[in-house]
Write a protein that binds this ligand. Structure first.
Ligand code: NAD
Ligand code: UD1
Length: 339
């Protein structure tokens, strides 16, 4: 099956391209490199031995999308392309809504016109909003998002719901990712964001490699066992395999968008993450405890049983694997991908 990956040069899309190829799919990538580099193509070749077709372009260019879909007889679209920095989105709401929401509308128009009936969307656990009680199940009400990035994901989920109501023969899948970290065990591909990192794992690596003085741990007075926040970290290779499972095995639904939580089902605190990183890599993470970060949830982790029951997918990799592979990527590529 020929699958177009919008944003496929990015962190998650590049790992999906590899896992799709490994499972006999034919991935194609469309990316405008706003947050990635063309060099990722060489790295994917190093892992797979295959040149994955890579088109440079913008998802807002509907005519170009249609041309790619038609000329290559694409049968499914996995839509990763988005701007993803929560902090940045607060100051740039229009850019975020245009890229993430209007960009998705452009893709939906193209798949409708070209009759590409399989569509998978990169959603986020952020759509459950700030009042969600963990473990989070797919049936919880959505909304209560606190920033334009999160709201753009929520808005796209609503748009997909209405698209599905109108065009029932399309199979729409939404995967709600929890906290993806790690890298391919080869160290050839990993996370290399152009925007200033604000997520925990990239900042741990900056602190350990001396690019910042220390990691700020945001609050140790939360009502958790050690006072720090709890998240469901998932290895990016497990996450990529969830996409393969979804495209292979998600049952066609005539009535609704098929949604899955993609997490491990286990929450770890910030301090547990630091301890595991140190134990696994032998490195020391310099850190200091500072005040809470506004908007942070005390705890969120998935109930991933729907993905297990319906797709036969579950996360296999441990927190140790995530730390080891993140650090391997960092040490092999201290400056990220070459220009
Ligand atoms: P990423 O920034 O590494 O990858 C996104 C890719 O999309 C980049 O290569 C970027 O250049 C490209 N892109 C952005 N706008 C584009 C446009 N208009 N046209 C063409 N290409 C465009 O991000 P990622 O971490 O790989 O995330 C992939 C998807 O998963 C995103 O939709 C993101 O919102 C979602 N998601 C990510 C996380 C996370 O923590 N990484 C968590 C939940 C959901
Ligand atoms: C954030 C986003 C979420 C996005 C997710 C991607 C917010 C409010 N939410 O979630 O929309 O889908 O990233 O993975 O930003 N931490 C520190 N020090 C740091 C950085 C983080 O202590 O320098 C802590 C945070 O307080 C949090 C945990 O580490 O408890 C994880 O933070 P982060 O990686 O930013 O992810 P989320 O906040 O879960």
């Amino acid at each position: 099956m020929k699958v177009l990956l919008t944003g496929g040069a990015g962190f998650i899309g590049s790992h999906c391209a590899v896992e799709l190829y490994n499972e006999g799919f034919e991935p194609y990538i469309l990316d405008n490199f706003v947050n990635s580099k063309p060099a990722v193509a060489d790295r994917i070749r190093k892992i797979t031995g295959k040149d994955i077709p890579l088109f440079e372009g913008d998802i807002l260019d509907t005519a170009y999308l249609e041309q790619i879909l038609e000329e290559n007889k694409i049968e499914a679209v996995m839509h990763f392309a988005a701007l993803k920095s929560v902090g940045e989105s607060v100051g740039m709401p229009l850019e975020y809504y245009k890229n993430n929401v209007a960009g998705t509308l452009s893709i939906l128009e193209a798949i409708k016109r070209c009759s590409v009936k399989n569509f998978l969307f990169s959603s986020s656990c952020t759509v459950y909003g700030e009042n969600a009680l963990s473990p989070v199940t797919e049936g919880l009400p959505l909304g209560g998002t606190t920033n334009p990035y999160g709201t753009s994901k929520f808005m796209v989920e609503l748009i997909l719901r209405d698209f599905k109501r109108a065009f029932k023969d399309f199979q729409l899948i939404s995967l709600r990712y929890f906290n993806p970290i790690g890298a391919h065990p080869s160290g050839h591909i990993g996370e290399d964001s152009r925007t200033k990192p604000t997520n925990l794992m990239p900042l741990i690596m900056k602190a350990v490699s001396g690019q910042i003085k220390e990691l700020s741990v945001f609050g140790n007075d939360y009502p958790t066992h050690d006072g720090t926040c709890i998240r469901d970290y998932i290895h990016v290779v497990d996450l990529a395999r969830a996409h393969v499972a979804a495209i292979k095995r998600a049952k066609f639904s005539p009535d609704e968008v098929v949604t899955y939580n993609i997490g491990t089902g286990h929450g770890f605190s910030v301090m547990e993450m630091l301890e595991t990183f140190e134990k696994t890599t032998g490195e020391t993470v310099p850190f200091k405890i500072v005040g809470r970060r506004p908007g942070d949830l005390t705890e969120i982790y998935a109930d991933p049983s729907k993905a297990l029951n319906e797709l036969g997918w579950k996360a296999e990799k441990t927190l140790e694997d995530m730390c080891k592979d993140s650090w391997n990527w960092q040490t092999l590529n201290p400056e990220g991908y070459p220009d």
